[in-house]
Design a protein around this ligand. Structure first.
Ligand SMILES: [Ca+2]
Ligand SMILES: [Ca+2]
Ligand SMILES: [Ca+2]
Ligand SMILES: [Ca+2]
Length: 365
């Protein structure tokens, strides 16, 4: 008698035969309960009862009952769009597509490059579009649509290099500064009333005003280009500088040394060599009196100049009447200086500007 009683007691026990009492029911029949990937049934055999195939499913990947689009992330596990398997916390963020691809809370609106002109500025977005702000009185801040790889803002015009290697310019064209030659180009720079480009063989070509020879570059093979008010400079593969155009303040003088970077301002030029900054040309406001330090980027503007140290902190010198030489405290990766303002890009590709904003040139979109 004691044995049947014991069997009856065992069979009626909820512990030995029924599933344990669980806070959340296994309600969709996949053998997993709740939002956590935890098996309900011992051994992971999810199809017990009439449909039991006798296979222990523990070797199969654990399905997430909360993952409707099958991208491996449940809605409660961070998938911010469980109807789109391309959107989840493990996805790569794609800029400017209006979609928060990686579920970090926002679409990425980043920029790859920035160039400040006299009273306007433009930046290259990571989707290839160009965005401009500031003075648009000649249409210089109204870029065409298209895919670009570089942008150069000048006086009242802007030029950009398309992904196909062609140059498109917009804005003032009073002296042909917005009428670029056809061809395939590798780099470009815009000055006050002219622009220059490097062809694929490294030779320089300029268009626009040439009253100081600023649009008559010497022959040579160059890898980088910069343009100021009425002068321009290029670096060859060894870092040697060649400058042309107006040199009334000595801004086109080069000493034969090698440079890592060069930037032409209105009437001065600044360069970086081994982290040391040096400027030459007009120094009426102290714009050519570069401070000692170790710098990673440099920009020459109207009558001021700025540089970034190795941590990305900006330091400026020269005219500060519009606070153009009073930089943002944000760490920056890139820098460009205009007539009376300065802009940079932070590590996220966000735009930071300081200085004169009377025409919105320091108010990026
Ligand atoms: Ca999902
Ligand atoms: Ca998804
Ligand atoms: Ca995002
Ligand atoms: Ca996105």
């Amino acid at each position: 008698m004691s044995i049947p009683l014991l069997l009856f007691a065992a069979c009626s026990s909820p512990v030995s035969l029924d599933p344990p009492a669980l806070p959340e029911p296994e309600d969709d029949g996949d053998g997993w309960r709740g939002v956590l990937a935890r098996p309900v049934l011992p051994g992971g055999d999810s199809d017990t009862g009439a449909g039991d195939d006798g296979v222990d499913d523990t070797s199969e990947p654990a399905p997430d009952p909360d993952d409707a689009d099958g991208d491996g992330w449940g809605a409660s596990g961070g998938d911010c769009d469980d109807d789109d398997d391309a959107v989840n916390p493990g996805a790569e963020e794609v800029g400017w597509n209006g979609i928060d691809d990686d579920c970090d809370g926002a679409d990425l609106e980043d920029h790859l490059a920035i160039d400040v002109g006299s009273l306007h500025a433009c930046a290259l977005r990571s989707d290839g579009a160009v965005a401009c702000w500031g003075d648009d009185s000649s249409g210089q801040a109204s870029p065409p649509s298209g895919a670009f790889v570089a942008v150069a803002a000048g006086g009242a015009h802007t030029c950009a290099l398309t992904s196909a290697g062609a140059i498109e310019c917009w804005g003032g064209d009073t002296v042909g500064q917005s009428s670029p030659p056809a061809g395939e180009w590798a780099a470009l720079a815009s000055g006050l009333y002219f622009s220059c480009a490097l062809s694929l063989d490294g030779s320089a070509t300029c268009w626009g005003l040439d009253d100081h020879g600023q649009s008559s570059p010497p022959s040579g093979s160059f890898v980088a280009l910069t343009a100021g008010s009425a002068h321009a400079c290029a670096l060859d593969a060894d870092g040697r500088a060649t400058c042309w155009g107006s040199g009334s303040w000595g801004e086109t003088e080069t000493d034969g040394s090698a440079w890592d970077a060069l930037d032409a301002g209105t009437q001065h030029t600044c360069g970086l060599a081994g982290g040391t900054a040096r400027c030459w040309g007009n120094d009426g406001e102290g714009e050519s009196s570069a401070p000692a330090g170790t710098w990673s980027a440099i920009a020459a503007g109207g009558e001021h100049s700025c540089a970034l140290d190795e941590a990305g902190a900006a330091t400026c010198w020269g005219d500060d009447a519009f606070q153009q030489a009073t930089p943002s405290a944000r760490a920056l990766d890139a820098l460009s200086a205009g007539l009376r303002n300065t802009c940079g890009l932070d590590a996220s590709g966000g735009i930071v500007c300081w200085g004169d904003d009377t025409l919105g040139q320091s108010s990026p979109p």
